[in-house]
Structure formats: structure tokens, C-alpha cells
Design a binder for this molecule. Sequence first.
Ligand code: GDP
Length: 366
Amino acid sequence: MEKIICQGCGAEIQTHDPNAVGYAPSSALNRDEVICQRCFRLKHYNEVQDVDLTNDDFLDMLNQIGEANGIIVKIIDIFDFNGSFIQGLPRFTGNKPILLVGNKVDLLPKSVNPNKVMQWMRKSAKDQGLKVSDVFLVSSKTGQGMKEVAEVMDQMRKDKDVYVVGCTNVGKSTFINHLIHETTGQKEAITTSYFPGTTLGFIDIPLDERSSLYDTPGIINHHQMAHYVSDQDLKVITPKKEIKPRNFQLNPEQTLYFGGLARLDFEKGDKHSFVCYFSNELMIHRTKLEKADELYKDHVGEILVPPNETTLANLPPLKPQSFYIEEGKTDIVFSGLGWVTVPEGGVTVTAYSPEGVRVSLRSSLI
Ligand code: GDP
């Protein structure tokens, strides 16, 4: 195929992968002015749609943002902070102001103190080497906190551009769509304009005559659970409503299964409470450690679901990782699935996740 460039975002047009940069259906190639599906949606429906970026293009994108003059709005999924953090970003951001936006606050239990979460976000960003100018908690779904971000963003950018970055699935599109509709209303169509020098599909949304907001492609974090499950299973593990913590009092040598996607063995310690924060629709099963392997072998995909059949066909085997948790108020995080808070220390656990999906410890978010 002859090389065709999207007249909207400058990406090279391709017709085989709807989730990747530059996708257009074959039928669109006959038009005089070819634009990719993502630009088409923005032009006609005032809506951005996320596309995935390959690892090869990832450094290129960071380089371009590094050289640009403007501010960065980095969106993370508050339900999966580490999983949705872009590694390597600090090296490229220089002295640009960074607004860190924690999205999906509507999922956190109401009892959670937002100030504490924002403090925790600031510290976690610092631990990863990222100095942020301001931190926000929003829900781009309900609109909570969105006005405040928009105001600060406007003050801070001082007529310069805004680059919105994030991993796939953090809600970057929902966030931008909310901003678009709030500032323009539904009717006034937004036109995209060609962003010279990039083939990465930055989408240009004019803010005023001189500056723009750029929607950048979503970065795929391969250690997140989302990349290993079927669309149907993703719906089950993605929380839609406020998460209800589920508390299990466990004796040593008891096991919890989170569907059949992850497992936690309580190896050693006194009788102990384990508070589980997962999608309310994900079943949690308690069993004896000695029976746990057999239960999985006989019932994964039946009692222990998800995974459904489609997921199982590609799911890597569960891999164990042991932790001694010295101090209380520690979270055991299964990237992209949820976490278990251990209120008191002195316990040894083994956490299992599909090989490639990260399990980590952090000081308790809640
Ligand atoms: P993107 O890949 O980063 O562009 O993410 P999307 O905007 O497509 O959103 C990914 C998923 O998260 C979708 O299922 C959204 O409905 C959901 N989502 C986005 N924002 C929020 C939010 O503020 N709260 C909740 N509960 N879900 C959200």
C-alpha cells in the first residue's frame, strides 16, 4: 500500500489494527482527504478515542513532548496507580509543569479521605522520580473535580499547549471528552489540525488561537491484567461502582482466590484480617491452603471465574511470589485487578498472579 498520511493528526494510515495509531477502514481510503478513525470521531462527534502506542514509538513520543513547550497533564487510574504510571516520563519532562490527575475517584469507598489520597499520590509520584506541580482527584465519568482541574490547567499553561498523557484504560478519552463538552457544548464542532513533524497521532484540539490541547496515544503497560483477559472478563474485573471493601478473617494456611485470576495464601502469622478491594462483581473464594491447588486445577473457568474460556486459552500460568509484611497498613496490589489491605504486620503471604502481571506492596492507600 502506498503511504498515506492522516490529514488530521499526521499518523500513517493503516487498515489492519483498529486499536493502533492511524487506523482507517479500507472504505475511507477512497476519499480525497483521508483521515484516521480517531480524527473522524473528533471531527464529527467531538469525541476522542484512545489508540495504543507500540513500545517502539513510545520513546519517540516522550522525546517530542520533551521538546515541546507547554504543560503536561498526566492521568492515572487511582484504582491502579502503579499499573497506570508511565515509567520513564520524568527523564523527558524537564522543568515543564506537570498536573497529576487521579481519575475514577467515584470508585473509592466514600469513607476515604480525599486529602490523604492526594498526599499519597504526590508521594508515590516523588518516589518514582516525578515532581508534580499539583495533584487532583477527579471522576471524568461523573464530572467530580473536573472544573477545578480545567481552571488550574488554564492558569498554569499561560497561553501554551497542554499535553495529556496516560496509559490505555485510565480514562484519558473520557477526561478529554468531558473537557471538550464542558468548554464547547455539543454543537460547536472541533476541527483537528495537522501537527507537523509527528507521525504518532497526537490529536490537536484548539484551546484558543495560539494554543492547543494534545491528546497523545495511550501507552500499553504490559504488566496490567487488562492485557491478559477477554473483553467479557475485562467488564467483570473493571469496577463500575463504588467499591465495597470485603473483609476476610483468615487463619494461617488459608487461601483466597480472586476469581481464578489471582490468589493469596496466608502462610504464617496470627489470625488476621484481610480487606479486599476489587470490582464488586469479582467473586472471592476462601479455601484451605492444602486444597487450593486442587480447587484451581478442577474448577478454574467454572467456580473460579473469570477467566472464561477465551481468557484461559491465552492466560499465562499463575506464578507465586512470597512477601513478609513487617508493618501494618500495607496493600498487596495485583496490577489492574485490585488490592488487599493487611491492617497489621507480622504476616507471611504468597501472592499468585498470571506470569507477567505485577504484584507489589505499598503503604496503604486507605
Ligand atoms: P482511555 O483508554 O484512557 O482513553 O480510557 P477510556 O476513556 O476509554 O476509559 C476506560 C474505561 O474506564 C471505560 O470503561 C470508561 O467508562 C471508564 N472510566 C473512565 N473514566 C472513569 C471514571 O471517572 N470513573 C469510572 N468509574 N470509570 C471511568
